[in-house]
Design a protein around this ligand. Sequence first.
Ligand SMILES: [Fe+2]
Length: 404
Amino acid sequence: MLTTRETIDRAAAIAWYQKNRLRTSQLFDLLTDDAYYAQPISLRHPIVFYEGHLPAFSLNTLVKKGLGRRGVDESLERLFARGIDPDEASSPDGSPFRWPDRAAVREFVEAADALVLDALANADLDIPGHLLLDRANAVSTILEHEAMHQETLLYMWHRLPFDQKQRPANYRLITEASVAANREIVIPPGLVQLGASRGEIPFGWDNEFGPLRVDIPAFAIDRRNVTNGEFLEFVQAGGYEQRDLWAEDDWQWVREHDYWHPSFWERAEKQWMWRGMFELLPLPLDWPVYVSQAEARAYATWRGRRLPTEAEYQRAAYGSTESEGRRFPWGDAAPDSSRGVLTSRAGNRSPLTRIPPVNPPGEWRISWVMAGSGPPPFSGLFQDSSPAPRIPSIPPTSSTTRTM
Ligand SMILES: [Fe+2]
């Protein structure tokens, strides 16, 4: 937490900003030079945009709009604020839009970083009632914004050809594992709160306000994620060909794009392969499967189940009859490696068994975790290795719906 009502921890804000910038630069180091203007996902900008966008957003939000100070270069700040619209993609003479060369981008980045760091060190960052600076909101915004982009950068990188990437020195792929059999547990009825009131939490995005309290009947849910191996059964059973398993829009989408298996799976002769960040490898059967919501929904239907609602998921994940008092599923302790695989450096997923168990005392011991790393974030439910949880014994009844 950066602020209390009276103070802002400048040193923490600066350290956080610098850590963000270092991680972004490490992400760009994964790319070869010829990837810089690539556009691996058509709905995203070319990669060059994001190197400028991150400091430009911080500069525009905190230094210019928040503090009313001058920026570095008006045209670059505008370009890196939102990219280019389709009608700007070519000039009146028909020549295509040209992004700045990397030296110019780097020069802008360094100048913008210097102004942001100077603001973090010296400016009045917390002004009650100010649209952007109340509770140092602009500071939290720029710090959260960069971390969110790092996640999206990784899934863009994932789409690049392997020869446009280089593995980090400490890269190690973990594929060996043996996950325990899945089984479902019953979550007793109870209340859950989605969202928060303004002032209740130090920072939130607009769509996280206000609070919505949901009264949830009992339901049953799998204790861990669906694995590649389990989803493979669906593929082999012809799940992508069975119209009745898919919702109307989902079916249109899957047929329109000619999808017959999950996006990162590839068929190599008789073997299924996983398209990882840096290599193609035999499909790791114990990794959590990565699919779209449409595919997950069809799989659940095939299994005679349904996906949980957000409220059900949160209630199960927080694992407590008093879940609203918890900051994280395990309590108030900050996330660290004992809570899950939280690094973003590896750029790949991890088997479910690599996720350390968490032990909220005396409850149903399911936790929301980052079940892997890299593109994109992988969240899920998993089974921990501790003895049978002490959960209220509520047998599935007609009022207990089964989710997964
Ligand atoms: Fe952004």
